[in-house]
Design a protein around this ligand. Structure first.
Ligand code: GLU
Length: 402
């Protein structure tokens, strides 16, 4: 393809823009133009960043932390991340086994750039978070999708996993709690992944971004607890975006084997240099200050989750697995596909999400963006009042379909 005389790179032509960000931008633009849009699209906590964290960011600017930092992030922050791993999980990491990046997303991007060669396959459970496949492709790898079933609560099924593993499998991505399904991987599933990863030497990319936002009793199972022998094959991806309502500060971090972290640092040194210095100081305050915030988030989300799930399950033809973590519901609306409104057929999740936006003024993300066209994702990081209003509008819009 060419624009005037410019021929774009093949790699960029293979990938779409991030659909979550695209729907959010569209919803915001419609709202700015005066439309009364209820936005359930992008995933970001609706609580403000805690005040002491904001103050630390401001203070960092006044203290002159406005210059380059070390490529992998300031030492104090990497030490705080190590201390958090030790305190919360009992894991021992040293600061040189940590990279701080511009958000968890950027950390994942660096991981795939550092580990993949052409032909390498990466197992990605489906439904998947929208950015995993493009990130793997941009690094020259091949995404291989491992289907998860709604009837099984979107848990990973060992027999299915075995079908998709090949001699080219280089890594597997785990995301528990999951965006978009909210599923928490079972111990049994993790045991099988651990055994296969050990046997075949796979790397395990564990995206733990929603770790703090789970609705189960106690800690959720983690691959590194299931088999600590995997320590040098696991890359842990996390960040402060969701746990401390800091999406715009763009601070994520990765812990993993030294060789991989060093390779990621090489890539970071040639691309972003370092994440923004004031944001790093704000993240330091988040990780070392009072730790009541994630519990506040869970408390805020819990009644919204119950209400949303109950309302969706009560809709005729709709099924909805109760999310055990994160802040998304992922109902199955496929019973409505094939129906029409004013001569327009709802032929899948993209058409239905478009219909919800135009007819109900409700912004959501089509399941197709997550590889699962039967579903629609709604974020419940918004007030109960907005969820109630949104459900009323959805009900009305569905009634009109024939
Ligand atoms: N991870 C969030 C979501 O899925 C934020 C947007 C993005 O980076 O995809 O909505």
């Amino acid at each position: 393809m060419s624009i005037g005389k410019i021929v774009l790179a093949d790699r960029v032509l293979q990938i779409p823009p991030s659909p979550t960000l695209a729907v959010n931008a569209k919803a915001k633009a419609l709202r700015a133009a005066g439309a009364d849009i209820l936005n359930f699209s992008v995933g970001e906590p609706d609580l403000p960043t805690p005040t002491h964290v904001c103050n630390a960011g401001k203070q960092a600017i006044y203290d002159g932390h406005t210059r380059y930092t070390p490529v992998p992030g300031i030492l104090e922050l990497r030490e705080a991340i190590c201390a958090r791993f030790k305190r919360e999980q009992g894991w021992e990491y040293t600061p040189d086994e940590i990279q701080v990046s511009c958000g968890g997303k950027h950390g994942l991007y660096n991981i795939f750039q550092a580990i993949l060669n052409p032909g390498d396959e990466v197992l990605i459970p489906l439904p998947y978070w929208v950015s995993y496949p493009p990130m793997v492709q941009l690094a020259g790898g091949t995404p291989v999708f491992v289907p998860l079933r709604e009837e099984n609560g979107f848990d990973l099924e060992p027999s299915v996993l075995e079908q998709y593993a090949t001699s080219k499998t280089k890594a597997i991505i785990l995301n528990s709690p999951s965006n978009p399904t909210g599923a928490v991987l079972s111990l049994a599933a993790l045991e099988v992944v651990a055994a296969m990863a050990l046997e075949h030497g796979w790397l395990v990319v564990s995206d733990d971004m929603y770790e703090e936002i789970s609705y189960t009793e106690g800690k959720i199972p983690h691959i590194l607890h299931v088999d600590p022998r995997l320590r040098d094959q696991v890359l842990i991806s996390n960040g402060v975006s969701k746990s401390y309502a800091m999406t715009g500060w763009r601070i994520g971090y990765t812990a993993g084997p030294l060789d991989v972290i060093k390779a990621m640092n090489k890539i970071q040194s040639q691309s972003t240099s370092n994440p923004a210095a004031p944001s790093q100081y704000a993240a330091l305050a988040a990780l070392t200050g009072p730790q009541d915030f994630p519990a506040l988030l869970r408390e805020a989300f819990l009644p919204r989750r119950s209400f949303f799930v109950r309302e969706l399950q009560a809709l005729e033809g709709v099924s909805c697995v109760t999310p055990m973590g994160a802040f998304y519901v992922f109902p199955n609306f496929s019973a409505y596909y094939g129906k029409t409104c004013q001569g327009k057929t709802i032929d899948g999740s993209v058409a239905l999400a478009d219909y919800f936006l135009s007819e109900a003024r409700v912004a959501s993300v089509p399941g197709a963006a997550f590889g699962a066209d039967d579903f629609i994702r709604f974020s419940f990081a918004t007030s109960l009042e907005v969820i109630g209003k949104g459900m009323e509008r959805i009900k009305q819009a569905l009634k009109v379909l024939q």
